[in-house]
Design a binder for this molecule. Structure first.
Ligand code: FE2
Length: 289
């Protein structure tokens, strides 16, 4: 399949729906114009500049040792929190590089708590695209700003988003916006076309005894063959079915690959109390309006 054949037009919902059912993803180029991408990047630069990472060294140096890091993530579903690269702090708790180059991502309620991200996330065209992707009552559950830093941006291993944002039935749908050109050399998304027709392989959930873990539902390995790069010029929107296997390679290039992602679920689907992402009752999920 050529890149051209995969590109879908936002103005043709029927063809979007057909492609989404067939492939499990959509690549919609020129969804956001340059100015909109730049405005979002500028707003994030402000948030990072205003953020004081003092006190976070313990969170990130303990990420594999105790519950501090788990708690930092698990309580972030209704907040705007900053997540740093693994080696961002030295033994004395100082940042090893400039703050804006040490951040991995920011999440997970930017779309509800920051007016600039709220506006970007509630573009009326997204409601049309969400409907074409099969969401009847879309609710914006999660947002993330992903930096994929030059030289050090890590890989994301193959996964299905429904592993992390599970509903019954599965309804999570990802909206991934390229705020800079995403090419194979700076770690663009890769996907397995049609792979959304397979089962959910794993489910990530809170454990009754505390902490979180994966339940293995299907131990079949991911296929080696059939993955395609979803190269996405700045402004492209990629829509991902919750069961579509996808991944991204590390960024070893000198060019960052900043992206903004939104995940929506269907309001009529059951949302389990043991999903990692929980929101406080006074911040209920809203749709695109
Ligand atoms: Fe994902």
């Amino acid at each position: 399949m050529s890149q051209e054949a995969r590109q879908a037009r936002a103005s043709d919902p029927e063809s979007l729906a057909r492609r989404f059912v067939r492939d499990g993803f959509l690549v919609i180029e020129r969804f956001a114009d340059e100015a909109a991408c730049d405005a979002l990047r500028a707003r994030m630069a402000e948030l990072v500049a205003d953020f004081d990472p003092a006190g976070l060294a313990s969170v990130f140096s303990s990420r594999n040792q105790d519950a501090t890091f788990d708690r930092y993530i698990l309580e972030s579903g209704d907040k705007v929190r900053f997540f740093f690269e693994e080696d961002a702090f030295d033994a004395e708790g100082r940042l090893t590089r400039a703050k804006e180059l040490a951040i991995n991502k920011v999440g997970h309620a930017l779309h509800d708590l920051d007016p600039v991200f709220d506006r970007f996330s509630r573009d009326p065209r997204l409601a049309t695209i969400a409907a074409a992707a099969g969401l009847r009552d879309p609710r914006l559950l999660q947002s993330m700003y992903i930096f994929k830093q030059p030289f050090v941006g890590g890989e994301v291993s193959p996964h299905q988003d429904a592993t992390y944002l599970y509903t019954e039935p599965v309804s999570v749908t990802g909206f991934w916006f390229a705020l800079e050109d995403a090419r194979a050399e700076n770690g663009c998304l890769w996907a397995l076309p049609g792979g959304h027709r397979g089962p959910l392989r794993r489910r990530f959930r809170r454990r009754p005894e505390g902490g979180v873990g994966h339940d293995e539902l299907d131990a079949a390995p991911w296929p080696e063959e059939g993955w395609i790069p979803l190269e996405a010029p700045k402004g492209t929107l990629v829509v991902l079915h919750g069961l579509l296997p996808h991944r991204s390679a590390p960024n070893r290039s000198p060019h960052s690959r900043q992206a903004y992602t939104l995940h929506a679920v269907d309001g009529s689907a059951a949302y389990p109390a043991d999903n990692w992402l929980q929101r406080r009752p006074d911040l209920p999920l809203r749709g695109f309006a």
